[in-house]
Design a protein around this ligand. Structure first.
Ligand code: IMP
Ligand code: MG
Length: 172
C-alpha cells in the first residue's frame, strides 16, 4: 500500500521533552513505592511506554495488555477486546495508553483492573481528544490534548501503518 504524506503535529523533540516531564511527575508522585507496575496498552502505546519507563526513576515491573476497538477503520467499533490476564493485586498500577478518544477503551480496561484489587490505579495517556469524550474517565497524566483529527506515528497506526514514525502527525 502507498503511504500518504503525514503532516507533522508534534515533533519528536517535543514528544521527548513532554515524556521526560511526565516521567518526573510520576517519579515525584510515586516516590517510595516498591510495587510499581507499568502496564502498556498494545500496540499503540509500545513506544510511549518504552520512553516513559526510562524517565521514571523508580524500580518497576513492566507488562503489556492488548486492547482492540478499532480494527482497520477510523471509527470505533464500540467493542473492546482485552487480552492478557495480569496479576495486579497490591500493585501500584500505571496504565499507559497512546490516545484517549471516546474513553471507552480505557474505561473498560480500568473497570477490568479495579476488580483485581490493585493497591492503586493511575491512568497515563500520551494524547487526549477531550472534545470527543463520551465515557467519563479520570486521566491522571496526559501528554498533549489534540484536536478531533485522526493522528498517526510514535506507535499510533492507521491500518497498521505509520507506527514507526518518531513524530506524530495527521493524515490529509
Ligand atoms: P476510545 O476507546 O474511543 O477512547 O479510543 C481509543 C483507541 O482508539 C486508542 O487506543 C487508539 O488505538 C484508537 N484511536 C483513537 N483515536 C485515534 C487516532 O486519531 N488515530 C489512531 N488511533 C486512534
Ligand atoms: Mg490504543
Amino acid at each position: 500500500m502507498e503511504k500518504t504524506e503525514v503532516i507533522e503535529l508534534l515533533s519528536a523533540e517535543k514528544i521527548q521533552q513532554r515524556v521526560s516531564e511526565i516521567g518526573r511527575q510520576i517519579t515525584a508522585d510515586l516516590a517510595g513505592t516498591d510495587q510499581l507496575l507499568v502496564v502498556g496498552v498494545l500496540k499503540g502505546a509500545f513506544m510511549f511506554t518504552a520512553d516513559l519507563v526510562r524517565s521514571i526513576q523508580i524500580p518497576c515491573h513492566i507488562e503489556f495488555i492488548r486492547a482492540s476497538s478499532y480494527g482497520h477503520s477510523m471509527q470505533s467499533s464500540g467493542n473492546v477486546a482485552i487480552s492478557g490476564d495480569l496479576d495486579i493485586e497490591n500493585h501500584d498500577v500505571l496504565l499507559v495508553e497512546d490516545i484517549i478518544d471516546t474513553g471507552l477503551t480505557i474505561l473498560r480496561i480500568a473497570e477490568n483492573f479495579r476488580k483485581k484489587n490493585p493497591a492503586s490505579l493511575r491512568i497515563c495517556t500520551l494524547l487526549d481528544k477531550p472534545s470527543t469524550r463520551k465515557y467519563p474517565v479520570t486521566v491522571d497524566y496526559s501528554g498533549f490534548s489534540v484536536p478531533d483529527r485522526f493522528v498517526v506515528g510514535y506507535g499510533i497506526d492507521y491500518a497498521e501503518q505509520y507506527r514507526e514514525l518518531p513524530f506524530i502527525g495527521t493524515l490529509p
